[in-house]
Design a binder for this molecule. Structure first.
Ligand code: GTP
Ligand code: MG
Length: 363
């Protein structure tokens, strides 16, 4: 899963990126000349993998990964605050945004829009995303109009429907409803994938707070409650977390206890991301590896098999499923079978968090 860190200039994006990736990142040139985008990969911790590894002694333990992207500020960002231009290409590709909102007060750090006001900054960022999409839709509508005029009779109905879908989405967007809150039919959604609209992506708001004072909350900001409800949120003190991330394990634990911030921001951000995106993890076991896989909650078993390998999708016969807690209690699959907690499930079985799954495949 790829998550781009976005936010106003000087909101603390790079600081949060350093905290989340614990300083482990590489720079790439894809931000354009002179500006480098930084990329950091973080393993999603899952203690269940460790417990199962003790039972199965596999050669390796494998965790899902999140790739965080820290975009360079753009000199030519103009009114788009880093959302337009070259950055738009990157923003189109990722799965979600972590939107850093400045909630720390530090007169030494320039604040482009004036005093600390996370609600104002949030509204600002959301409208930048919407404006960028409106521009794309505007151009797309012109192109579609043109191509309908030139197209052959049999191609026309599809283009007309695409035009209608784009027009409807644009109208809703102008009314202030981002794509992620618009209800679309599956064919409308398919027509729109071409445009790679930014307002379709899930957003997790990260309030970058100072070390003291109450954490802000979306429900207390002056924004449309429906909009607030569509966003994930987490609070963290970016600077403190970035400092803690440079320490050794023992030192960090001590400091965290003293400061009362025991759960690292990395883990809280991951949890908020999974909740916002509706992701869960299923597990696979074997001599070779014990592994956690992240999929949308309730994904059909056959599709979950497909996330392992396309052959697993094609050759899917059935899934042998045992909930993690039952497997640990029983001590083995064989015992789970005896106790009747190992189930045989078909293609459409909705995968639950913590399912330990053995896919039976016809290859
Ligand atoms: N006091 C305080 N300062 C912070 C905090 N987080 C970031 N800063 C400072 O704010 C300044 C900007 O932080 P960055 O992380 O570079 O912000 P950015 O959003 O990446 O900035 P641009 O990439 O230039 O848009 C730096 O001097 C940070 O040290 C915080 O939680 N508290
Ligand atoms: Mg930065």
């Amino acid at each position: 899963m790829d998550i781009a860190i976005i936010g106003l200039p000087q909101s603390g994006k790079t600081t949060v990126f350093d905290a989340l990736t614990r300083g482990q990142s590489s720079a790439t040139g894809s931000g354009g000349p002179g500006a480098q985008m930084r990329v950091g990969v973080v393993k999603v911790p899952d203690p269940r993998v460790g417990v199962l590894a003790e039972m199965y002694e596999p050669k390796k333990l494998v965790y899902p990964e999140i790739k965080y992207l820290d975009l360079p500020g753009q000199e030519d960002s103009g009114p788009y605050r880093g959302i337009g231009g070259r950055n738009r290409n990157i923003l189109q590709e990722v799965d979600a945004y972590l939107m850093v909102l400045r909630a720390f007060n530090d007169p030494g750090v320039h604040n482009p829009l004036g005093g600390v006001d996370p609600g104002r900054d949030l509204a600002n960022m959301l409208s930048e995303l919407a404006l960028s999409d409106l521009e794309v839709l505007e151009r797309a509508l012109e192109r579609l109009d043109d191509s309908i005029k030139k197209s052959k009779a049999q191609e026309r109905p599809v283009r007309v429907r695409q035009l209608e879908a784009a027009r409807m989405v644009k109208e809703r967007l102008e009314e202030g409803v981002p794509l992620r809150r618009q209800e679309l039919t599956s064919s409308q959604a398919e027509f729109l994938t071409d445009f790679q609209l930014l307002t379709a992506k899930p957003i997790i708001v990260a309030f970058n707070t100072g070390e003291s004072g109450p954490a802000p909350d979306l429900s207390k900001l002056d924004i449309d409650p429906a909009e607030a409800a569509s966003l994930g949120q987490v609070s963290l003190c970016g600077k403190l977390e970035a400092d803690l991330a440079t320490m050794t394990g023992e030192e960090e634990t001590l400091f965290r206890q003293e400061l009362g911030v025991e759960e690292p921001a990395t883990e809280r951000v991951i949890r908020a991301s999974y909740e916002t995106l509706g992701l869960v993890s299923f597990l696979t076991i074997g001599d070779d590896e014990v592994r956690a896989w992240s999929v949308p909650h309730g994904l059909a078993a056959q599709k979950a098999a497909g996330t392992i390998h396309t052959d697993f999708y094609r050759g899917f016969i059935r899934a042998e499923v045992i909930p993690y807690d039952d497997l640990v209690r029983c001590g083995s699959i064989a015992q789970g079978r005896k106790e009747g907690v190992l189930r045989s499930e078909g293609k459409t079985y909705p995968v639950q968090d913590g399912d330990v799954i053995d896919f039976l495949i016809n290859v």
